[in-house]
Design a protein around this ligand. Structure first.
Ligand SMILES: Cc1cc2nc3c(=O)[nH]c(=O)nc-3n(C[C@H](O)[C@H](O)[C@H](O)COP(=O)(O)OP(=O)(O)OC[C@H]3O[C@@H](n4cnc5c(N)ncnc54)[C@H](O)[C@@H]3O)c2cc1C
Length: 396
């Protein structure tokens, strides 16, 4: 009998997993998605950068799956005529104090096998980005940009072509493990699967609770706000300009990113959101639940100074502009107009630490993706191979 596998979530990770399981195991896959379109959340609200693997600790899942994911994604985009442009990235040290961290980053990038990394001085960086300033930079010429929502749409077509289905407007409401597999109630339907893979991003905790597997970490939503550059200000940025990240956080700091459509975005910051899908300040729908997790308050106590700074930057446009002007001083606040933001699903442990690496748990017939923040869009095809390797094999 054909193995039946359900996947919760039609983001880029869920769709890649579904495609991989259908292609390599011949499974009949059904993707259950609560929204009316694929890629509606993180997949459709991000910086669009195909990360080259500069930042991640060598040996981590992120380091390995990012490098593998880049190769797979590049080939996938070429095969399906999807945009993929190697516009290159500069990571810029704005002050001498940041130079040791920049050098460590260059070393890490090389250890991860990132191709073409060069270290540049203040003049050298201007040859790459003529309007950028800094005391030094590393240049990653192969860092690329892609259209992740378009990749997700193409993956959904692949799933259908492989005999699977993507059921939109099917919020998962109940999960029950049985002796034969997993029963799922989604929308108005009831589904029986042999295995279930949960790739629910911001909805992970709710779905994990339905499966009776709350786990040892919880998703804390961090809103990332963006501004878009107006008119001629876009010409001030050729590719991607990033700060040297603060090693205490998995977030990369406000950066300037060219997108495949030609738009240049500035952002994202990282503000604790009041709801899992808290795209605006007004939405505090899940705040009691988010605060109820002991890790949230422990994290807030540890990082409150940064938190206050991020909130200030969120509310005061000139502060946001100042973060960008640090790297491109010709920019003014008038060059910036608000653009749509995203919300990151970041797993936080009970002790308040932010889970840095990708995390996937297997419980019987249920596989739960617990943490798939950036660069999970970049890594999605490799994450799918990784997960396909750990979904328990059919017992019949
Ligand atoms: C601001 C920001 C910037 C980023 N920049 C980058 C970048 O430049 N490069 C990069 O590689 N990564 C980046 N990322 C990270 C990347 O976007 C995510 O890691 C990736 O999209 C995760 O994909 P996903 O499929 O796990 O999650 P999602 O895309 O969020 O998909 C999860 C899906 O599950 C569905 N779902 C949830 N609950 C249920 C339920 N009960 N029933 C049915 N469906 C449900 C949701 O509706 C959603 O469609 C960024 C993220 C953000 C937020």
């Amino acid at each position: 009998m054909t193995e039946k596998i359900g996947v919760v979530g039609a983001g880029i990770v869920g769709l890649a997993v579904a495609r991989e399981l259908a292609a390599t195991r011949g499974a009949e896959v059904t993707v259950l998605e609560k929204e009316g379109r694929v890629g509606a959340h993180q997949t459709g609200h991000n910086s669009g950068v195909v990360h080259a693997g500069i930042y991640y600790p060598p040996g981590s899942l992120k380091a390995r799956l990012c490098r593998e994911g880049v190769a797979l994604l590049k080939e996938y985009c070429a095969r399906h005529a999807l945009p993929y442009e190697e516009v290159g990235k500069l990571v810029v040290a704005a002050t001498r104090a940041e130079r040791p961290r920049l050098a460590a980053l260059a070393e890490r990038a090389r250890a991860n096998g990132v191709p073409g990394i060069t270290e540049l001085d203040a003049l050298g960086l201007r040859e790459v980005e003529p309007h950028a300033v800094g005391v030094a930079a590393i240049h990653s010429p192969r860092t690329a940009i892609a259209d992740f929502p378009a990749v997700a749409r193409r993956l959904a077509l692949d799933v259908a072509e492989l005999g699977g289905s993507v059921r939109l407007r099917h919020p998962v409401r109940g999960i029950r493990e049985t002796s034969r597999g997993v029963e799922v109630v989604a929308g108005t339907g009831r589904f029986a699967f042999d295995r279930l893979v949960v790739c629910a991003g911001l909805g992970t905790d709710a779905v994990a609770a339905m499966a009776g597997r709350p786990g040892s970490v919880r998703i804390v939503p961090f809103r990332g706000e963006y501004y878009a550059l107006r008119g001629a200000a876009r010409d001030l940025v050729r590719g991607l300009i990033y700060p040297v990240p603060d090693p205490r956080y998995p977030f990369l700091g406000v950066h300037l990113t060219r997108h495949v459509g030609g738009e240049v975005l500035v952002g994202p910051n990282a503000v604790l959101a009041g709801a899992y899908e808290g795209y605006t300040w007004r939405n505090f729908r899940n705040f009691p639940q988010i605060l109820a997790w002991p890790g949230t308050l422990r994290m807030a106590r540890r990082h409150w100074r940064t938190g206050v700074k991020e909130v200030y930057g969120s509310l005061v446009k000139s502060a946001f502009a100042e973060a960008a002007r640090r790297y491109v001083p010709e920019l003014t606040a008038d060059d910036l107009r608000r653009a749509a933001g995203g919300v990151r699903a970041q797993a936080v442990a009970r002790d308040g630490s932010l889970v840095d690496d990708f995390a996937v748990d297997v419980h019987g017939n249920v596989v739960l993706v617990r943490n798939a923040p950036s660069p999970a869009a970049t890594s999605s095809l490799a994450i799918a191979q990784h997960i396909a390797g750990i979904v328990p094999a059919p017992s019949r």
